[in-house]
Design a protein around this ligand. Structure first.
Ligand code: ATP
Ligand code: MG
Length: 366
């Protein structure tokens, strides 16, 4: 139950929880010089619910409309039509005063951290509370545990220029949490970080989601990020939600071309080049069939390849493979080749049907 580690009560799935954010037929039209003054839909009739308590990813290519979507959540943009409901409040019609109180229940972290260079770590984190008029004592009480949580206790007197990118983002996270938000919006918060630091920040977000029960809406163009921390994902393409669902389902059985091509960039997501170049679409006499096997759920931990060899009575060459984890569930891809002889192929097919193994003929190799 991936959802349970994401801050939901026992027995409660993300589908049953009331949504933290709902987009209802949201269209956002811009009239910009870039489009020659013509109107252009950055969001085009988007309906989508972000479940409370989970980490949900929004992924898409540059210009897909991801940032526009988050800007609608905190009221920085208004929809041209449709409604945006945040924790039960329709934010699309609110004035600035009412928006200010909604924004206090929303934390936000950014790609470039947006820290004040003239303020220390402590003072950056304290800033939203100072603005809200909280006393120095109360601020201290509120933010000291946060500084511990993000692992910056040794650096409270440092200035942003003295910090690494990962440390700066930790400051950003602590500052976002200072006003005790219910929702954390993250727009490309790891995009400026190296892969190792990215993983550390993602694991901090996971901890926060689990321990504080905070709903996280994570915007990214990196499939690796979605794979590592989200339990749900929506794939955006040209202002629309191309597909959405459990991250594991979307990643293992992508329906939309955009999802497929973005997944191909993941390790093991596509055939290695050296073998890809040799693949021919139709069988030739004496050639081998190239098969992609996918392992998940019950098939993930069975010795299926050795059983396949026994069933076929002919060699099975292992070409390439990866074993991975998507949203905390094991998932493997293995490319194998065996004789394209019709009888061997039929036996293999029978074996796949019987064992429930997901197998696909990718092509043929001489
Ligand atoms: N204020 C604006 N005026 C005119 N066009 C805009 C405005 N804001 C966004 N757009 C356009 O809307 C589209 C979606 O932009 P958005 O920033 O939401 O994309 P994105 O998915 O966040 O992309 P990226 O991954 O590059 O951040 C783009 O074509 C962008 O140029
Ligand atoms: Mg963006």
């Amino acid at each position: 139950m991936a959802e349970n580690v994401s801050g939901l009560a026992e027995g409660q799935s993300a589908d049953q929880a009331p949504p933290m954010v709902s987009f209802e037929n949201v269209t956002k039209t811009f009239n910009s010089r870039e489009t020659g003054g013509r109107s252009f839909n950055a969001l085009d009739d988007v309906s989508y619910s972000v479940p409370a308590g989970a980490i949900t990813g929004i992924i898409g290519r540059s210009g897909a409309g991801k940032s526009t979507l988050v800007r609608l959540v905190n009221g920085l943009e208004k929809p041209s039509s449709g409604r945006v409901i945040v924790d039960g409040t329709d934010v699309s019609g609110l004035d600035e005063v009412a928006l200010r109180s909604v924004r206090r229940s929303i934390g936000m972290i950014f790609q470039h951290f947006n820290l004040l260079s003239s303020r220390t770590v402590y003072d950056n984190i304290a800033m939203p509370l100072e603005i809200a008029g909280m006393s120095k004592q109360d601020i201290k009480k509120r933010i000291e545990p946060l500084i511990d949580l993000v692992g910056l206790s040794e650096r409270t007197r440092h200035y942003p220029a003295q910090l690494s990118g990962g440390q700066k983002q930790r400051v950003g996270i602590a500052r976002a949490l200072a006003s005790k938000p219910k929702l954390l919006l993250s727009d490309e918060a790891t995009s400026a970080l190296d892969p190792e630091t990215t993983q550390q920040i993602l694991s901090l977000l996971k901890t926060i989601n689990r321990d504080l029960g905070l709903t996280v809406l994570l915007i990214t163009h990196e499939m690796e990020v979605v794979k590592a921390v989200t339990s749900r994902v929506a794939v955006m393409d040209q202002g629309q939600i191309a597909e959405s669902g459990r991250t594991f389902d979307v990643f293992t059985a992508p329906q939309h071309e955009t999802t497929r091509s973005m997944l191909a960039a993941l390790p093991g997501g596509s055939l290695p080049d050296w073998i890809g170049r040799q693949v021919i679409p139709e069988p030739q006499p004496g050639c081998n069939a190239l098969i992609r096997l996918r392992f998940f759920g019950e098939t993930a931990d069975q010795p299926l390849v050795s059983r396949l060899m026994t069933v076929l009575g002919s060699p099975v060459n292992i070409i390439a493979g990866t074993v991975d984890e998507i949203a905390g569930e094991p998932y493997g891809t293995l490319y194998v080749a065996y004789s394209a002889d019709p009888e061997v192929m039929a036996n293999a097919q029978q074996f796949f049907s019987k064992t429930g193994l997901n197998a696909e003929v990718v092509g043929y190799v001489a």
